[in-house]
Design a protein around this ligand. Structure first.
Ligand code: LHQ
Length: 266
């Protein structure tokens, strides 16, 4: 399946659904069309059983520069200012929540700058692989705004409160090498190798027991607000579900058959 509209490109290959933000002239800034297309693409990826891993990236030299400031600023002092509250509540937030809840791995392939809500989008994905020239900017403060789209949730969990405070207060650019040191990204690769490496990682995940990955994601999400006893209970419940999957049986058969398992994701 290959589908595209003006602002998002969608491709499928062997269980991997690639979603490419596609407004390269403005570094893939979010406008209303892009948000609508991204929401639809994420929803379709979640619903399609053939999709076992999602890869999210940007066209051109950037991952995403956050809210389209031209769309916003043009109406700032007009009689019809952009309603940021409903934009966030009705458009951005459901997409962020959907990505975290989706019981499939989602990998951000960060091909350039990720700024503002674009940085939040990268952070909310499960794994991040970055090209050497990628960078991360909590750009909100540079225009007198506060972080949104989940950055205040994800950033301290990924890099610790102290670094999260520094990055959100200063709005400074974090280069890929520093992002790797602080645990903001999982891997950094040469720019020209990023598409292949990111697809390789996504294919690797898509060939895993993806139902078990989805259940693991549910548990790690729950752990952020649970106590140990609640988490032990959840592990017992979801392990029971995992034991009932075909992939579990296949894993056991392959172990004793001394062969590589062929997981199907159910
Ligand atoms: C852009 C943008 C952009 C429009 C580059 N918009 N054109 C806020 C409000 C509402 C609801 C939801 O949430 C949010 C949260 C947010 O996302 S607030 C944060 C918004 N983003 C920013 O403040 C980042 C603004 N961009 C930049 O600081 C720089 O462009 C970065 C550091 C990302 C990249 O710098 P450069 O590599 O030097 O590129 P550039 O600045 O020359 O940009 C290239 C073109 O893209 C340029 O257009 P032009 O016509 O001159 O070639 C920019 O105007 C345009 N562009 N970001 N967010």
């Amino acid at each position: 399946m290959n589908k595209s509209d003006n602002s998002v490109l969608v491709e499928s290959e062997a269980g991997v659904r690639t979603i490419t933000l596609h407004r390269p002239d403005v570094l893939n800034a979010f406008n209303a069309d892009l948000m609508a297309a991204l929401g639809e693409a994420v929803r379709e990826a979640e619903e399609d059983k053939a999709v076992r891993c999602v890869l999210l990236t940007g066209a051109g030299r950037a991952f995403c520069s956050g809210q389209d400031l031209a769309e916003y600023a043009g109406r700032l002092d007009s009689d019809d200012p952009l309603d940021l509250e409903s934009r966030l509540r009705d458009e951005y937030n459901p997409i962020i929540a959907m990505i975290r809840k989706m019981e499939k791995p989602i990998v951000a392939s960060v091909n350039g700058v990720a700024a503002g809500a674009g940085c939040s989008l990268a952070l909310v994905c499960d794994l991040r692989i970055a090209g050497e020239s990628a960078s991360f900017i909590q750009a909100f403060i540079n225009i007198g705004l506060v972080p949104d789209c989940g950055s205040t949730f994800m950033l301290p969990r990924l890099v610790g409160v102290s670094r999260a405070m520094e990055l959100t207060f200063t709005g400074r650019r974090v280069k890929a090498s520093e992002a790797l040191e602080m645990g903001l990204v999982n891997r950094v690769v040469p720019d020209q190798e990023l598409p292949g490496e990111a697809m390789g990682l996504a294919q690797q995940l898509a060939n895993m027991p993806t139902r078990a990955i989805g259940l693991t994601k549910r548990m790690i999400n729950a752990a952020w607000t649970a106590d140990l006893q609640a988490q032990l209970e959840l592990e017992a419940t979801l392990q029971t579900l995992a034991t009932r999957t075909d992939d579990h049986r296949e894993g056991i058969r392959a172990f004793f058959g001394k062969r590589r398992p062929q997981f199907k994701g159910h």
